[in-house]
Each structure stands twice: as C-alpha cells, then as structure tokens.
Design a binder for this molecule. Structure first.
Ligand code: URA
Length: 209
C-alpha cells in the first residue's frame, strides 16, 4: 500500500490558508500555488539517491554528494496541474515535464484520456504526477494508468488538498504509488467538491468560471 505523506511545514500551511481564502484573487492565487508547488517539490524529492563524488574546492579535495540514479519527470494533469509546474521547475530546472489531459465522459462519468505527451525515457525516470486536488481519485487513477501503459514504473502523486475518499481510491488502485499532500480535508460534498477545500482549482488559477 502506498504511503500518505501530509506536509505540515509552517510555510506550506501558511500559504495554503491564503490559497483556500475565497477573497484571494487570481494573480495572488496563481503565485501562491506556484510557491507551494516549489516547497512541495522540495519535500517530494527528499529521498532521492545521492552518490559520492570527488570535488576540488579552492582549499582542498573532498568527497561531496551529488544526485544519482533515476532522473525526474513531473507530469501535471491538465489543466489545474499546470498551476504548480513553474514553481517545481524553479526548484528542479532540469526536470522533464510530461502532460496528461483527461475529460469526464458525460455518460459513464469516467475519466478518459485525450492527450498524453511524455519524455521518451519515461520508464527510467522517477515520476511525480501533479494535480492540486485529489477529490474522487478518478483523474489521478486514470492519469497513472496512462503512464503505466507507456512503461512508467516509479510514480508518486502530489497534490495540495485531498479528500479521504480520493486517497482511499488511489491507494486501492495503485498500491505502489506514494501520495504527498499539503492538507487532508474532511470529505467530498454532493458535487464531488472537496470540503472545506478551495473551490475549483482550475477556475481560480485561470480566472474562468
Ligand atoms: N477539483 C477542484 O478543482 N476542486 C475540488 O474541490 C474538487 C475537484
């Protein structure tokens, strides 16, 4: 079963309180989501492997640490996942960015992929799927299905706010995927919005309704 990591870092919690606030406008909302994306990327990458390398400082030679092993790819789920991407790239500028687009079939209500573009060597990368909201879990599950179909193996999922229902479904569908969240909220409401949540993340990021 994938582990759930809830980030209680004061900076993340502080910024999240403004992100949730209905009085926060589009510009500030966007900036804050970006900033939290960056801070979360810092935590999500905490266990990346390091190797010893010899470095010559101006004073002497030493053994220092550098990242080794798998390279990173972040995969935002369109469209709200885009809101966290710039912040992530500020921290990990060399990371590759894939994209997965899904729509909800109006009859079956299931998430269906309409766009997938990934780095060619996706099977060799450490992948972080990014979406601000984990509500029913349907998009996250389908996005990860799309990645696995194309050979992806090492996948984590990162979001701002999750509902317990979504966490449970994602854990059941993808036992190998760890979940990183800034806040675990109370529940879904009857329209599948997270309560208390932050409203519609995509609309608030892009100023649409
Ligand atoms: N997607 C959102 O943007 N907000 C929710 O509360 C649930 C899904």
């Amino acid at each position: 079963m994938g582990k759930v990591h809830v980030f209680d870092h004061p900076l993340i919690q502080h910024k999240l309180s403004y992100i949730r606030d209905v009085h926060t406008g589009t510009k500030e909302f966007r900036e804050l989501v970006d900033e939290v994306g960056m801070l979360m990327a810092y935590e999500v990458t905490r266990d990346l492997e390091l190797q010893d390398v010899e470095v010559e400082t101006p004073v002497t030679k030493m053994i220092a640490k550098r990242l080794t092993g798998k390279k990173l790819a972040f995969v935002p789920i369109l469209r709200a996942g885009l809101g966290m991407t710039q912040g992530i790239l500020t921290l990990v500028p060399a990371a590759r960015i894939g994209h997965v687009g899904l729509y909800r079939d109006p009859e079956t209500l299931e998430a269906v992929e309409y766009f997938v573009k990934l780095p060619q060597d996706i099977e060799e990368r450490e992948i972080v799927v990014v979406d601000p909201m984990l509500a029913t879990g349907a998009s996250a599950i389908e996005a990860i299905n799309s990645l696995k179909k194309r050979g992806a193996k090492n996948i984590r999922f990162m979001c701002l706010i999750a509902a317990p229902e979504g966490v449970e479904k994602l854990q059941a569908a993808h036992e190998d995927v760890d979940i990183f969240i800034a806040a675990l909220d109370e529940k879904l409401d009857e329209h599948a919005y997270i309560t208390p949540g932050l409203g519609d993340a995509g609309d608030r990021l892009f100023g649409t309704k």
